[in-house]
Design a protein around this ligand. Structure first.
Ligand SMILES: C[S@@+](CC[C@H](N)C(=O)[O-])C[C@H]1O[C@@H](n2cnc3c(N)ncnc32)[C@H](O)[C@@H]1O
Length: 247
């Protein structure tokens, strides 16, 4: 999730085997305690609304770059089918994915969040398609997607689960499909992943992400750091990765 670096309360640190600390039940309990709103999704930042605006604008420009790098992918107009993975209440779908895809499915394990999505105007208008109330580790795609967008949630998966998830996504992409991850990065001085007891998640290093993507048979076609966050807030860096199959 988007996180501020808290210097007064050191984060639980991390050995290389830090993902052993992940406890799905504790994560779901934490997320159930968060209000089902867009700001709730950014709760660890105190729900700063400006954060979301900067994030969504950066995502739009990142996707445009990625589309230009995929041969035969249209660079103008909407993609046909996307999916928002770890969607929460649909902050990313509402502020970005619905503007670049005709329909957007959603994958999210917390029922009170998917309930909000079910009741949204985007669902009523048909822009939000199928809503899967399930964690991404248990989600089995039932169709092909032009865009699979996974943001601020893979810290809830162990490394091996993330590799398998990436493989399943790879097989669920259309010919010109793009898989995007947008996540916080570890700032651990020893270069390790960091464990966060608040929501029982792991914040990975850039190197760990790249290892996982390679092991899952994916190439990073473009990657960039999100810019534009005020320096005064000492936020964890956020990096986007656009992936395509090596095959
Ligand atoms: C920081 S919020 C981000 C929500 C949304 N991606 C956004 O950027 O607004 C993290 C989300 O991950 C969800 N989550 C927790 N465990 C998950 C899992 N195993 N698979 C997918 N999502 C999970 C939480 O319920 C929560 O909605």
């Amino acid at each position: 999730m988007p996180q501020a670096i808290n210097e007064e309360q050191p984060r639980d640190h991390a050995s290389p085997a830090v993902d052993h600390g992940i406890d799905p039940a504790a994560s779901i309990k934490y997320w159930n305690s968060v209000p089902p709103t867009a700001n709730g999704m950014l709760a660890a930042l105190g729900g700063y609304p400006w954060y979301s605006r900067i994030d969504l604008r950066g995502s739009k420009s990142f996707l445009a770059k990625a589309r230009r790098l995929v041969p035969t992918c249209t660079t103008e107009g909407k993609l046909s089918t996307g999916v928002d993975c770890g969607a929460g209440v649909g902050r990313v779908t509402e502020g970005f994915l619905s503007q670049v895809c005709e329909t957007v499915d959603a994958v999210e394990p917390v029922e009170k969040f998917t309930q909000t999505l079910h009741e949204s105007t985007l669902k009523a208008s048909g822009v939000v398609g199928v809503i899967y109330t399930v964690g991404i580790e248990a989600w089995r795609p039932e169709k092909k997607y032009d865009l699979i967008w996974t943001q601020f949630c893979v810290g809830h998966l162990k490394d091996w689960q993330l590799i398998e998830y990436v493989r399943r996504c790879r097989d669920a992409l259309t010919e010109t499909g793009i898989l995007v991850f947008k996540e916080n990065l570890s700032t651990d001085p020893n270069g390790d992943d960091m464990y966060d007891g608040l929501d029982s998640s792991v914040t990975r290093t850039d190197a760990k992400f790249r290892d996982i993507f390679r092991d899952a048979g994916m190439n990073v076609i473009v990657s960039e750091l999100q810019t534009g966050f005020p320096k005064t807030f000492k936020l964890l860096p956020v990096r986007s990765y656009a992936l395509r199959s090596k095959a």
